[in-house]
Design a protein around this ligand. Structure first.
Ligand code: ADP
Ligand code: MG
Length: 262
């Protein structure tokens, strides 16, 4: 039985894939990791290299099988990447729709993973990028943000998308960029949208070091504090039952909130 299906949303470049891949590497059980970002690099540090995306594979073979798109990664992870259209052609989110339909059709979920993790680009929660939010896919969403304006702005928009679709938010993950009063800002942000901070991930150069080896921090530096932080984060998420529909801020409230810190 699947224990949890979680979706991680956040602005591009904020640290979603790093967080997802490290949590998947830290979790003891079968984890199904689904990259839903045209960047298609969620699973690189789990598998050790970039894997072919579902969209690219389908372009060559419309009748591809599960073995063509699903790859085994570190510590009992099954990895897929939705991929995206060629730049300038078509809508990025459509890749997610096509990928999800194919995964359903091929019975990708029949292996009975313990956890399913979606890594979703959330600058806009439209079309395809909202698919993992729908009931049959993720049970709960986590938003990754730093204390920076653009990342919080995107996080508030994601909260709007979740509210619209009647989705459930499990909490906010603060991935630090070392701005002043960062944890304070993100904590207040989470409260203002009727949620809470479920984890604070410090900035660490072990993230880059392990990334250069195409590995997670968990695999490259298992004894490090950073590895412990990802282990604790996935434990806290697995135990979390405090989930609810967020209440996003209006434009003015958001500006007032943010600029009271600068
Ligand atoms: P996203 O998936 O949201 O686009 P990534 O996970 O790919 O973002 O992270 C973007 C960049 O930030 C990567 O180069 C990654 O190494 C770096 N990064 C992410 N989290 C941390 C962290 N906690 N400490 C240091 N660098 C980080
Ligand atoms: Mg990513």
């Amino acid at each position: 039985m699947v224990l949890k299906k979680i979706a991680i949303y956040g602005k591009g470049g904020i640290g979603k894939s790093t967080t997802v891949s490290n949590m998947a590497a830290a979790f003891d059980g079968l984890t199904f990791v689904i990259g839903c970002d045209p960047k298609a690099d969620t699973t690189r540090t789990l598998v050790g290299e970039r894997i072919p995306t579902i969209l690219d594979t389908m372009r060559e073979n419309r009748n591809c099988s599960l073995e063509d798109i699903e790859f085994d990664g570190y510590n009992n992870t099954h990895c897929v990447e939705s991929g995206g259209p060629e730049p300038g052609v078509g809508c990025a989110g459509r890749g997610v729709i096509v990928a999800m339909q194919l995964l359903d059709k091929l019975g990708a979920f029949d292996d009975d993973p313990d956890v399913v993790m979606y890594d979703v680009l959330g600058d806009v929660v439209c079309g395809g990028f909202s698919v993992p939010l729908r009931d049959e896919y993720a049970d709960e969403v986590y938003i990754v943000t730093s204390g920076e304006y653009m990342s919080l702005y995107a996080a508030n928009n994601i909260a709007k998308g979740i509210e619209k679709l009647n989705g459930k938010l499990g909490g906010v993950i603060c991935n630090c960029r070392n701005v002043d009063r960062e944890v304070e800002i993100v904590t207040e942000f989470a409260q203002r949208i009727s949620s809470r901070v479920i984890g604070v991930v410090p900035r660490s150069d072990l993230v880059q070091k392990s990334e250069y080896q195409a590995k997670t921090v968990i695999e490259s530096f298992p004894e490090s504090q950073q590895a412990d932080i990802y282990r604790k984060l996935i434990c806290d998420i697995m135990e979390n039952d405090d989930i609810s529909t967020p209440k996003p801020m209006g434009v003015e409230e958001f500006e007032d909130f943010f600029f009271s810190y600068v």
